[in-house]
Design a protein around this ligand. Structure first.
Ligand SMILES: C[S@@+](CC[C@H](N)C(=O)[O-])C[C@H]1O[C@@H](n2cnc3c(N)ncnc32)[C@H](O)[C@@H]1O
Length: 316
């Protein structure tokens, strides 16, 4: 059984607010995936790791009947938020890991479109989850994903130092948190929680599909957008509220002390001021990919042909 990230009650409550996305841009990519099923009355869609249902919210309107849409998530706390949204009335939600959901013959190869938004990056064992998602797709179905590959994550992974104010800010944040953790006898956190074990980018997902016998073609469609925020916003929205990492929760008291100390240093040395504006860059790429020559996934018996839409997006 996959050890999934638990999106507990506290995080579920502030999730939409503290993890902003450009819904329009994201939905634009997923709409490409949904195009093929427009007008098909019996088409079925599943959003795997649907969270608070925010992607479904912008997709279901007008495209398909809500009864044809299923959202699954391993966290019942986050599904409570999705279920409470009136815009999603009629959508079927299941509290279950996709790995278990895909074990049932009644779910295998049942969906015309399988959607995954920000799912794989937060899972140490993303390959199993990815295979389960593949198993849900009907022959000639679509697997569509958007994964995190934004500047901010590159910065955190030490991959891209082009956005200097952000680099300085995040380095200083980690330094401050680690000093506090050290003072309390706790283990330090690494600048990247994802390095090594997690899916790093779209290429990893494409390689995995190839390993499953799929022929992934690379015809990228790219959407780009940027968002300007102040350094103060990063403190309020990311450092203070998000409690930074998904997998390693920094105790709130330690986090607060670390950011209070960091705030006092703003505008000094190499650090930007709270009122300074930084630009977050986002992008989303979509590629329509093609057929499999081997059986897909662990549970399937026969050969299938599938269409894949693969996307990737930057995120804060
Ligand atoms: C980063 S959140 C993204 C939520 C949502 N897709 C969005 O974009 O707002 C990842 C979600 O995947 C869920 N998840 C993680 N592992 C899962 C699994 N094995 N099966 C189903 N859901 C899972 C988590 O509970 C969480 O809600």
């Amino acid at each position: 059984m996959i050890k999934a990230v638990k999106f507990d009650k506290e995080l579920a409550r502030i999730y939409d607010e503290t993890r902003p996305i450009d819904s329009e841009g994201c939905c634009e990519c997923f709409r490409d995936a949904l195009q093929g099923i427009n007008g098909k009355k019996d088409a079925r869609i599943v959003d795997v790791g649907c969270g608070t249902g925010r992607i479904l919210e912008c997709l279901v309107a007008g495209l398909v009947r809500k009864e044809q849409v299923v959202g699954i998530d391993v966290s019942s706390a986050i599904l409570e938020v999705a279920r409470s949204k009136s815009s999603l009335r009629g959508v079927e939600f299941h509290d279950i890991s996709v790995v278990d959901f895909a074990k049932s013959a009644s779910n295998q190869q049942m969906f015309d479109v399988v959607i995954c938004h920000w799912l794989f990056h937060c899972l140490p064992d993303w390959k199993k989850v990815f295979r389960a998602c593949v198993d849900l797709a009907k022959p000639n179905g679509v697997l569509a994903w958007l994964e995190e590959e934004g500047d901010l994550y590159r910065v955190l992974d030490g991959m891209d130092a082009s956005n200097a104010p952000l680099v300085r800010l995040f380095e200083a944040y980690y330094e401050s948190v680690n000093k506090e953790l050290h003072a309390h006898g706790s283990e330090k956190i690494a600048p990247s929680v994802r390095a090594g074990t997690m899916v790093r980018c779209t290429d990893d997902l494409a390689n995995e599909l190839n390993a499953l016998g799929w022929n992934v073609q690379t015809q990228f469609k790219t959407h780009r957008w940027t968002r300007q925020v102040t350094v103060g916003w990063i403190f309020e929205s990311i450092f203070e509220r998000r409690v930074f990492t998904n997998l390693r929760r920094i105790p709130p008291g330690i986090n607060l002390r670390a950011i209070t100390k960091l705030k006092q240093r703003l505008g000094k040395g190499r650090l930007p001021k709270a009122s300074d504006i930084v630009e977050l860059k986002f992008w989303a790429k979509a590629v329509t990919a093609i057929s499999s020559s081997k059986p897909m996934g662990e549970h399937l018996q026969h050969q299938t042909k599938n269409q894949v839409v693969q996307t990737t997006v930057g995120d804060v």
